[in-house]
Design a protein around this ligand. Sequence first.
Ligand SMILES: [Zn+2]
Length: 82
Amino acid sequence: MYVRKIVFHEHALAMHETVTRARVKQLSREKVGPMALCIACGADANEPPQAYMAHCTRCGAPSVYGRDELIVLMEMRHGKGQ
Ligand SMILES: [Zn+2]
């Protein structure tokens, strides 16, 4: 778990500008459509909400995270309460 948090931190530094907390929250409310995003290029991805470092079909980076993982990622990036 400690190692995984370090990975999160490194990805957070390189997060695509279109991957915002508001966008992630929007994802989490949807029952259909993409439930994951690529944090490298910002593309929507057809991956499950629990996706973690899945490969992006657009840019090829292992940077696709599901909405559940993205919520954790965002909290680590911005801190709680923001
Ligand atoms: Zn991508």
